[in-house]
Design a protein around this ligand. Structure first.
Ligand SMILES: Cc1cc2nc3c(=O)[nH]c(=O)nc-3n(C[C@H](O)[C@H](O)[C@H](O)COP(=O)(O)OP(=O)(O)OC[C@H]3O[C@@H](n4cnc5c(N)ncnc54)[C@H](O)[C@@H]3O)c2cc1C
Length: 457
């Protein structure tokens, strides 16, 4: 299938061939295919042209050429946005996935992370120094996409969201200027980047704070679905105790025999190993487990295990809702999710925002919700060619509907689909006015379309 052709595409490609180094501009072939392919195999958008950036100057020249021609652009990092916002039909994709070489300063405990580096690139570079970073749960996710939108993860209780660990960023703005944003230089831009996603520019490099945590204690417990009620009751008490060092990601998925299981995937990041063992033992004693594995792991190992469960190319539809706590309504939804699963790959996964991430005042970054809460991902996932795609999507939509009475008005911008206008309106909470004002200042012509921002009142 060929891309829809923008009338100015030819002019754009000519300009790119003059301004971006040879071999980096692709309208077909393997380079083009790499640049346009994203994790969600259901995304069929075909950009008119892909620029495979070899350095920040390529990104700058690509932004200027897109502006001059009027062809819409999108930015691709790790390609994991399920909604496929990294590629725009008929437009220009600025592909940063060639910019991945992370450099670690072990004394300062800071990593220089290029705009296309993944979470795995970062933690693998830090690990030899006994250091690690606050990432999400999967290694193949792009660090920039994760960090700019938020970044819930296994170290969140202790070190905050991924974006709380961003020290500075180099950014190509809509007018082509290349600036560094941090607490002193361009502080408004720095504020907006921490939660506003890719709406403010192309981030070519980030400085990210590292932490001395060489190993973690990781626990995976699975209970049969029919124990969901009592297990989730017990889990509520553990979550209410809210230890910073303990993060529990939990939910439901299909077990090997197709029957639903409740999983509790916990990470202890504290220095007190005995306290960690006690905390994880408690999670293994909430019922009669089918699976109970507790072991020390490194962050690269932990992220690689999740990657194996979420390979590139399956088709995906995600709904997200945030709730204040593990209420009876949420517990009922999780039981319903298990009993109505339509695909063996689908799952509901719940992340908690607690500890350090909640102690950052909400107006300090653009991220809109710092109250303790649970962020729920309802993930419909199926093989390409599965004729029941509509059923899988409906499963996710129905569960999101079932959560409505308990759900907070906003939601996690990185996962909200562009159609969820009512939720997007509240996703930035008290930061809504400021983020819209800064969007107008830094990108008045809407060159960067990324995670959706609220509409102007
Ligand atoms: C398997 C899987 C696991 C996940 N786990 C978590 C998790 O644990 N915690 C969590 O919070 N989220 C998680 N997510 C969601 C993830 O954080 C977002 O989808 C994020 O946008 C992915 O970033 P990416 O660079 O891989 O995506 P891409 O699709 O490449 O980019 C998405 C958007 O981010 C912006 N962007 C990316 N790179 C840049 C850049 N360098 N400069 C400017 N803008 C940029 C662009 O607007 C782009 O359209 C997960 C997603 C998947 C698929």
């Amino acid at each position: 299938m060929s891309a829809t052709t923008h009338p100015q595409l030819g002019r754009l490609v000519d300009t790119l061939r003059r301004t971006v180094r040879a071999g980096q501009v692709a309208t077909s072939g393997p380079e083009y295919d790499t640049g346009r392919s994203v994790w969600n195999g259901a995304v069929s958008s075909r950009p008119g042209v892909v620029v495979r950036c070899a350095d920040p100057a390529d990104a700058r020249n690509a932004v200027l050429a897109a502006r001059e021609s009027g062809v819409p652009l999108s930015v691709r990092g790790g390609g994991h946005d399920w909604a496929g916002r990294a590629v725009t039909e008929g437009g220009l994709t600025i592909d940063l996935s060639g910019l991945r070489r992370v450099v670690v300063d072990p004394v300062a405990k800071v990593a220089e992370v290029p705009g296309g580096a993944t979470a795995a690139d970062l933690v693998s570079a830090a690990q030899p120094f006994g250091l690690t970073a606050a990432t999400g749960t999967a290694g193949s996710v792009g660090m920039a996409g994760l960090t700019l939108g938020g970044g819930y993860g296994p170290l969140g209780g202790r070190f905050g969201l991924a974006l709380d660990n961003l020290l500075s960023a180099d950014v190509v703005l809509a007018d082509g200027s290349l600036v560094t944003a941090d607490a002193e230089r361009e502080p408004d831009l720095f504020w907006a980047l921490r939660g506003g996603g890719g709406n403010f520019g192309v981030v070519t490099s980030m400085r990210i704070r590292l932490h001395a945590v060489p190993t973690l204690l990781s626990g995976m417990v699975m209970y049969p679905g029919d124990q969901a009620g009592s297990v989730l009751d017990g889990l509520s008490d553990v979550l209410a105790a809210s230890q910073d060092e303990l993060t529990v990601q939990f939910g439901v998925l299909a077990g090997p025999d197709g029957k639903p299981v409740v999983f509790l995937s916990s990470t202890w990041s504290g220095d007190d190993a005995l306290a960690g063992e006690r905390a994880l033992a408690r999670l293994g004693a909430l019922g009669t487990p089918l699976v109970l594995n507790v072991a020390p792991v490194t962050m690269p190992e932990m992220l690689a295990a999740i990657d194996a469960q979420f390979p590139f190319g399956r088709h995906v539809g995600i709904r997200t809702r945030s709730v204040p706590s593990l209420t009876a309504g949420v517990r009922d939804m999780l039981s319903l999710a298990g009993s109505t699963l339509t695909s063996p790959h689908s799952a509901v996964s719940v992340h908690s925002l607690h500890g350090a991430a909640t102690r950052v005042p909400v107006t300090e970054t653009a991220f809109g919700n710092r109250d303790p809460h649970l962020m729920i991902e309802i993930i419909a996932l199926w093989e390409p060619g599965d004729a029941r795609a509509a059923d899988h999507r409906a499963w996710a939509g129905d569960l999101a509907g079932a959560l409505e009475p308990d759900a907070l008005p906003g939601g996690y911008p990185n996962l909200l689909g562009s159609d969820e206008v009512a939720r997007i309106a509240h996703a930035y909470g008290p930061n809504t006015e400021r983020i819209l004002t800064l969007k107008r200042r830094f990108d008045p012509d809407h060159v960067f379309r990324a995670i959706p921002l609220p509409a102007r009142p």
